[in-house]
Design a protein around this ligand. Structure first.
Ligand code: OXD
Ligand code: MN
Length: 595
């Protein structure tokens, strides 16, 4: 046992409730990792990839019903319904705890219960927080080992009395004596619960083994619980990448960016700038914890220690850095397997191999009309695998600009800047992404509003969340805080083709953004914010027509009248709690359009 009384009591309580066969404390050594990986291979839970092609790497295949985060089974459990707000599923703790206690009872029978002490953020750093995950899933242990700082160093801090977030996880598949364990045990959908108890700093996750449902340091802790801690303690826990940019003169700036899923966040975090002399380095691709420091600037740090990225769409063209990142010491989940025991996913190569084993373990031949990998297949790699990892990745870095963005075929220009921080909060609140035909049919063409890309991750009432951004504003001033921008790489022409080339060419926009943070004059005011003076945008060596540029920077009054109506409609979710800052900013926008 440990020397932390509350940790010991909790371990005993969970052991008594879940009745595992064994209890193991994870010390975080490479040997433990290698041994557990080998066990998974020997028990048929994982496939070892060809060590010559992909050293020290594994492939896991999940159960077909357990392939992604399950938002409809994700709960914020607070005493008062108001505290979960209109964007979260709410059940009171007095109702949810007995239900879940019933599910957890004996849920680890026949299994090993792992105790994983972990730190979100560098160990001992003032920005960091400690958690302990108790899980009966070796897959979770291996992934947490990569995604967080785990092991005995954290245990030492716990032994010295550190507080911690209690993260309990079970796959929800107890084994009877002699019963064979499936490769990916999990519970049926109606028994899955991903529950957060912010009043107790506690997470209970039952029934799923996949990603954000089960690696509790990530979305559950570093966003949903941390957003509550951040509100109480005066900082921000955000769904943002952190990028370091160095210009040809050697000036260094850091930016963060929030984008809904499928909007190129990991690609931007690993951008390869096309502009000569520019250098980009990665600090983080998914989560930023940010605080205003004594100098009045907002500083960000990545609380994670790894990447849990989507493989789909990752290619030499879209993201060569990600390909280099996954070259070894990586766990793949739900990718396809090649004949020479390597992984493959859609878009990795222009043509698929002739034969693969698909993510369900079945033979697959080129030309088949089903895809061989799952669209949400993932890689888990250590940050240190990234060839352009910034040396400051374990330090809080001062942020010059915050980018918000979404996938919008019309209406929103390639880039615009908010007039000030409060206008920036408004822009964050109305962010959204177009639902494509491939997604949910009923909503084709509609915009799914995803404020601050945090819709599934704000762990409390969204009205309070917006007001908390206002509190952060009041900790400093416009002059010192990051400037706020909205980017839209996804504007389409009348033939439905993307107009902007994207990827490395986005560096042209990043250059303008950084110029704007120094307040160079190069801008044009519009009712929605400031856009570049196109004549002075760096378009050197880029073939793009005048007509295309006109469309990219168009602010169309009719389209915006429709957009404003849609914002009015969307703001109804707040009922009578719409924050004044949003009311005022919407009013100012209407005034600027004379609507
Ligand atoms: C993620 C997500 O997995 O945003 O990062 O869903
Ligand atoms: Mn994410």
């Amino acid at each position: 046992m440990t020397k932390n009384v509350s940790l010991n009591d909790w371990i005993t309580e969970i052991q008594t409730l879940c009745t595992p066969d064994n209890v193991v404390i994870w010390n975080g050594t490479q040997k433990e990792y290698n041994d557990l990986a080998e066990d998974c291979v020997n028990n048929g839970k994982a496939i070892r990839l060809n060590p010559k092609k992909r050293p020290n790497s594994l492939l896991f295949r999940s159960h077909p019903s357990d392939v992604a985060r399950v938002e409809k089974r994700t709960f914020i459990s607070t005493t008062k319904k108001y505290d979960a707000g209109p964007t979260n599923n709410w059940v009171s703790p007095s109702k949810l705890k007995p239900i879940m206690t019933g599910l957890f009872r004996n849920s680890m029978a026949g299994r090993t219960m792992y105790i994983i002490p972990f730190s979100m953020g560098p160990i001992g750093h003032e920005f960091s927080k400690i958690g302990v995950e108790i899980s009966d899933s070796p897959y979770v242990v291996l992934n947490m080992h990569i995604m967080t700082r785990t092991g005995s160093r954290i245990l030492d801090m716990l032994n010295n009395g550190s507080e911690f977030v209690k993260c309990l996880h079970s796959v929800g598949y107890p084994l009877k004596p002699g019963q064979i364990d499936p490769a990916w045990p999990c519970a049926p959908m109606e028994d899955k619960y991903i529950s957060h108890f912010p009043e107790d700093n506690m997470i209970w996750s039952y029934g799923s083994g996949y990603g954000g449902n089960a690696l509790l340091g990530k979305k559950c802790f570093a966003l949903r619980i941390a957003s509550n801690q951040a509100r109480n303690e005066g900082w921000l826990a955000e769904h943002m990448l952190i990028l370091k940019l160095t210009d040809p003169k050697g000036n260094i700036n850091y930016i963060t960016g929030a984008f809904p899923s499928a909007c190129g966040k990991t690609n931007l975090a690993m951008i390869n700038p096309s502009l000569e002399g520019w250098k980009a380095e990665t600090c983080g691709d998914d989560i930023a914890w940010m605080r205003v420091q004594n100098d009045g600037r907002l500083y960000a740090i990545n609380p994670e220690n790894g990447f849990f990225g989507v493989t789909s769409g990752t290619s030499e063209k879209s993201n060569p850095v990600a390909l280099a990142t996954v070259k070894d010491n990586t766990i793949f989940t739900n990718a396809a397997l090649t004949d020479d025991m390597d992984v493959w996913w859609e878009d990795l190569t222009e043509e698929a191999p002739n034969h693969l084993i698909d993510w369900k373990g079945k033979d697959w031949y080129r030309g088949s009309d089903i895809r061989p990998d799952h669209p949400n297949a993932r890689f888990t790699s250590p940050l240190t695998n990234c060839p352009i990892l910034a040396k400051e990745y374990e330090e809080p870095v001062p942020i010059s600009a915050i980018l918000f963005g979404g996938r919008r075929p019309t209406t929103i220009p390639l880039i615009h800047q908010s007039y000030d921080f409060l206008h920036g909060i408004f822009i964050g609140s109305i962010m959204g992404s177009q639902i494509t035909a491939a997604a949910i049919d009923a909503n084709i063409g509609k915009v799914r509003r995803d404020p601050f890309a945090m819709l599934p991750f704000i762990g409390y009432n969204i009205a309070d969340y917006i007001n908390h951004w206002l509190d952060i504003y009041h900790q400093s001033t416009d002059a010192l805080l990051p400037k706020i921008f909205f980017v839209n790489w996804f504007r389409r022409d009348e033939n439905n083709k993307y107009i902007w080339p994207g990827f490395g060419e986005n560096s042209r926009i990043l250059k303008w953004i950084l110029e704007r943070t120094k307040d160079y004059a190069n801008y044009k005011p519009t009712p929605i914010g400031m856009i570049p003076d196109v004549a002075r945008l760096d378009l050197s060596n880029l073939k793009i027509s005048k007509g295309a540029l006109d469309t990219l920077f168009e602010v169309n009054r009719d389209a915006w009248t429709e957009e404003i109506n849609s914002i009015d409609e969307y703001y109804k979710i707040y009922k009578d709690t719409l924050p004044n800052v949003l009311k005022n900013q919407l009013h100012l926008l209407k005034e600027r359009f004379k609507i």
